[in-house]
Ligand binder design. Structure first.
Ligand code: PAF
Length: 286
């Protein structure tokens, strides 16, 4: 496995590769990421994984500085999983117009995502999906994969990346992998490491609450959506969570679900102490 830091060296190496599968990450890898790599291996002859903590997708008060950087351990996991190339650039390599000390992006050109990116996570993380779309497009242009693989835990991110590919006419197949969970149901996430031991014990409540909402929807359909969202929100608040949203949406548009929608997703984001967790469950209504 090669670890490459520059765009030029990566391009040179990838020049002869025809079937590249790409897994973009911010590192601090867990089994959920390795599942994406396994999927990449099954679908291509060359697997490229990027590790880049993208400053453009972090808000001013978010965890950019504390985000865990574990390159050596990540590379060991990626090697064991059969990755061919790890692309681990520094900030200036990706954003040549940035001031690396002040993180002022200067004349950097970015993507302006559609209104749906300002809802759900975007409502509490303004500009986040512009940052995600910009880095993903840049990485796609650098790696030029035929397939790119993302996890469904970041459901809104996956939706926006699919739109990016569609609306910018990119010739890349997006594959989605189901969320990997801990035995108690907690969705695997690099941010789970922020939880204290006592918070970790109660952290699966987000998943349990979304599961209960799914059960309610199976029983009663989409007539009482707002009520189900409120019940779930109150349930979490009563246990000490700060809830950003619990929302029932149509899978195909990510707009609020309406009667007649069949493919639906229940999404939630909430803070336990200082840790913000997100999760979602898809369901099909008959
Ligand atoms: O999901 C992530 O880890 C990041 O948002 C991504 C897609 C690697 C872009 O920085």
């Amino acid at each position: 496995m090669l670890v490459i830091n520059t765009i030029m060296a990566l391009r040179q190496y990838l020049n002869n590769q025809t079937e590249i599968a790409f897994v973009p990450t911010m590192g601090n890898l867990h089994d959920g990421h390795i599942k994406l790599v396994n999927l990449a291996k099954q679908n291509s002859t060359c697997v490229v994984v990027s590790i880049f903590v993208n400053p453009l997708q972090f808000g001013a008060n978010e965890d950019l500085n504390s985000y865990p950087r574990t390159l050596e351990a990540d590379c060991e996991k990626l090697k064991a999983a059969g990755t061919d190339v790890v692309f681990a650039p520094n900030i200036a390599e990706i954003y040549p117009n940035i001031n690396v000390i002040t993180l002022d992006f200067g004349q950097t050109m970015t993507i302006d995502t559609p209104a749906i990116a300002n809802e759900l996570c975007g409502a509490v993380r303004p500009g986040h999906f512009n940052g995600v779309a910009t880095i993903v497009l840049k990485l796609f242009n650098i790696v030029q994969p035929s397939i790119a693989i993302f996890g469904k835990k970041d459901f809104q991110q996956l939706f926006i990346i699919r739109e990016l590919v569609k609306q910018f006419n990119l010739s890349i197949r997006i594959m989605a992998a189901d969320t990997m969970r801990e035995p108690d149901g907690l969705a695997m996430s690099s941010r789970n490491g922020y939880l204290s031991a006592s918070e970790r014990k109660g952290a699966n409540m987000l998943h349990n609450t979304l599961s209960q909402t799914v059960e309610n929807l199976h029983k009663s359909g989409l007539k009482q959506i707002t009520q189900f969202e409120q019940v779930a929100t109150q349930h979490l608040i009563a246990a000490g969570w700060q809830v950003d949203y619990v929302s029932i949406r149509a899978v195909n548009t990510l707009l609020p679900a309406e009667s007649g929608d069949k493919q639906v997703v229940v999404l939630g984001a909430a803070r336990l102490g200082k840790t913000r967790l997100i999760d979602n469950i898809e369901l099909i209504l008959t």
